[in-house]
Design a protein around this ligand. Sequence first.
Ligand SMILES: C[S@@+](CC[C@H](N)C(=O)[O-])C[C@H]1O[C@@H](n2cnc3c(N)ncnc32)[C@H](O)[C@@H]1O
Length: 450
Amino acid sequence: MPLPPAHPSRPTLSDTILASAQNVQAVLAGRSLSDSLSTTPAALRASVQAVAFHTLRNLGLAREIKLLMVKRTPPNQLFDALLLVSLALLETAIDAAETPPDTSPARRHIPVYAVHTVVDQAVGVIDGQKKLQPYKALLNGVLRSYIRERPGILTQARKNPEARYNHPAWWIHRLRKAYPDQWQALLAAANIPGPMTLRVNARRASVADLMTALQDAGISAVSSSEHAITLASPLPVHDIPGFDEGWWSVQDMAAQQAAMLLPLTPGMRVLDACAAPGGKTAHILERADVELLALDTDPQRLQRIHQNLQRVGLDGDHVSTKCADAADPASWWDERPFDAVLADVPCTASGVVRRHPDIRWLRREADIRRTAQLQGQIIDALWTTVGPGGHMLYATCSIFPQEGEQQAEQFAQRHADARRLPAPGQLLPLDGAGGVTHDGFFYALFAKTA
Ligand SMILES: C[S@@+](CC[C@H](N)C(=O)[O-])C[C@H]1O[C@@H](n2cnc3c(N)ncnc32)[C@H](O)[C@@H]1O
């Protein structure tokens, strides 16, 4: 559990580095970063998020540098994480001092401090941590040696692909195999934070209304599609006009395609089978007056569906939610067929690593097969609930083909009554139109022929 800073009102860089190390330690122990960050004191959260994200985006390199420089790492996990955070910040500090400043939007998120500030503040962390006292000289020595010996160490470290690409070796191998011409671009893109994109609620506002309100508030943004606006820089939702009024929701451009791909007409019976926290549920209801059932196995996440629908003004008798397993219709289905089913199934989330830099380190290669198996079970079960002439949209935020094209092909082979309709298939998180990138997603649409 992260400790409060020494001076809650004026956190120092040492406070940030310590809390970042505690968060990185939590991720290395298998906890998700967003979960761990939620226990970081509010006054530190923004700076810690920046430094922890940066460390996880550079973890392969920091680990390799550490291995080359510290022959025997002391058996203290917090110290280990402190070394990794300090090395990631130090490498960036030296790089920034040696190269012209890069203020492009893609680089603006990077926490850059002066080289000696990083060393002093990192070593200063130890002064307030009794259990780390024995390692003060080691940390000081490693950081100062790195400043002197960097060129050779860096060259040596980058021979390891995990250090060069900052992803686990198995992940690099999988992408290389699946995308022989694009794997390096995909790995590079995964280290650039995604933009903040807003989906405009057509029932409450238009893109033109919101663009005017943003301009009046001095917020720079572009209209990125008929229903979407992308901000030049991310902002807290309450700093953007119209959030409480339900004018818009935060949703990536690729995720916005789900409700657009699903054929919807008023009065239809729609199932959103893996619905929480309800981003796509809200979009479906913004598009058409339908009767909707939303399922999810996670009771806490399920509650957020109603909160989100209330904010956009679309909660009501036409929407019901159930905490239930989509793969077991006998436990929740009343046998009245659905006209449209959205199967936004659980996945490895390999398409959204730019927003969640911990994912690549938390996943194991075996998760792909395990998740693909679960996805197959869910969509086979959901298919039984689709009425003749009805549709099912299969969606994942993954770029591994086992959860995308291979899953869709195998489903079509298993179900003679499934006709595959045009849908984008694999969307890769690479530069889209106008330079605005979207997350990695997969979509396959099926119609029931009998
Ligand atoms: C990709 S997320 C859904 C995101 C959501 N559709 C949205 O747009 O906000 C997948 C969801 O599936 C839920 N889930 C996992 N296994 C499930 C199952 N067997 N049945 C129903 N929901 C499940 C998870 O709790 C998670 O909320």
